[in-house]
Design a protein around this ligand. Structure first.
Ligand code: NAD
Length: 354
């Protein structure tokens, strides 16, 4: 028998745990805020060590989606889903279809999408049992992999950070280290390589390094060297928590600006330390909002890729605003962005009350 339990969380509008023994699906959906619109956020499949760990992940991620949507200027709220299990071993059609039936219980207040451990093909399977799914392939009527938009948005974010630190709109003469040469990282390098830059790359997949070396003039380094070498900009495009108690001690760059989610392991503490170290941090959910802006366009009657690239300019504008406020008031950039996002939601509430 299916087991469904609402978990009471004061910080969130709705959090629900679902267990379907037949398909072996165990999942939690967290809806943080729907003030601006239906909550949207990816579904992450991971081998969580406990329900508590999964819950803390989904709560944190869904809150981040609220702020991300608010600053990206899209009429969406923040939500997220997690599925317990190893995507390589435990994922199958029955499990994904069961997940779709769980999504249906939210009656459109939560819309799912791809995240870690999930693929565009998985979205198509989920779509068999719910329509509240985005990020479908182009053949299935979706917009496909959003990496083009995420990488361009990240590039614009890097330009904003460079403008703020070096007072120039060119990347010429700068040294940049990109960690993670996957869908986003490789495309990002395409933008960076147009300038006279020195580009370091690191990845755990040798084939990705080889592909990048074949295309661009880049220098491969190890993950350890990322935190030993002197260079100007660090672009994390691989994993979260890359700025942690250990790496923050030795990192020598002037800017951290990349697409990875949850770059700071300890959000408050590491944001403060970066400010003290005079390292400009482009908050992750602001700089990597390109994918979300793209998905939002899927809801519109007309989907136009060129228009979306223009909409991504908001990432540059938001970051310039955040950097200026942070500089003026000596507040960590991640704190400034949270406050600006909350302000957007507050203003929306006020306007709706009038
Ligand atoms: P991807 O899986 O295509 O690429 C990730 C790359 O990082 C791979 O090449 C992988 O080998 C490498 N990697 C993994 N662990 C590593 C490690 N410990 N050290 C070095 N390299 C490592 O993912 P992606 O779509 O390019 O996304 C990159 C990051 O950006 C992720 O953190 C993702 O959550 C975030 N992000 C992506 C999008 C998007 O549109 N794809 C949107 C928002 C945020």
């Amino acid at each position: 028998m299916k087991f469904i339990e609402e978990i009471n969380q004061k910080t969130h509008e709705k959090v629900v745990y679902f267990h379907d023994p037949k398909s072996k699906l165990e999942s939690i959906v967290a809806i943080h805020n729907t003030e601006l619109g239906p909550s949207l956020g990816g579904c992450r499949m991971r081998n969580y060590s406990s329900k508590k760990v999964a819950l803390s992940d989904v709560l944190r991620l869904s809150e981040g989606m609220t702020y991300k949507a608010a600053l990206a200027g899209v009429k969406l709220g923040g939500g997220k889903a997690v599925i317990f299990g190893d995507p390589q071993i435990d994922k199958n059609d029955k499990l994904l279809e069961s997940f779709g039936t769980f999504i249906e219980t939210f009656k459109g207040t939560y819309i799912t999408a791809e995240d870690m451990g999930m693929t565009v093909d998985d979205m198509a399977v989920i779509n068999r049992t719910t329509k509240n799914v985005t990020g479908l392939s182009q053949e299935k009527g979706g917009s496909g992999n959003p990496a083009d938009f995420t990488s361009y948005g990240t590039y614009l974010g890097i330009k904003a950070a460079v403008e703020s630190v070096f007072s120039t709109d060119s990347l010429d003469g700068l040294s940049i280290a990109v960690q993670g040469i996957g869908s986003v990282g490789l495309k990002l390098i395409d933008y960076l390589a147009k300038y006279d830059t020195k580009i370091y790359i690191s990845d755990i997949k040798i084939e990705n390094i080889d592909e990048c070396i074949a295309k661009y003039d880049v220098i491969p380094i190890t993950n350890d060297e990322l935190f030993e070498l002197q260079y100007d900009i660090f672009c994390p495009c691989a994993v979260g928590s890359i700025i942690n108690d250990k790496t923050i001690q030795t990192i020598k760059c002037k800017i951290i600006a990349g697409a990875a989610n949850n770059v700071l392991q300890d959000y408050q503490k590491h944001g403060e330390i970066l400010l003290k170290k005079n390292i400009l941090y482009a908050p992750d959910y602001v700089i990597n909002a390109g994918g979300l802006i793209n998905i939002y366009n899927e809801f519109k009657s007309e989907y136009n890729r060129d228009n979306i690239f223009k909409q991504l300019e908001i990432i540059y504008e938001n970051l310039m605003k955040i950097f200026n406020i942070s500089k003026k008031n000596n507040i960590p950039t991640n704190k400034v962005s949270d406050e600006l996002a909350l302000q957007v939601i507050k203003n929306h509430k006020l306007i709706n009350k009038l």
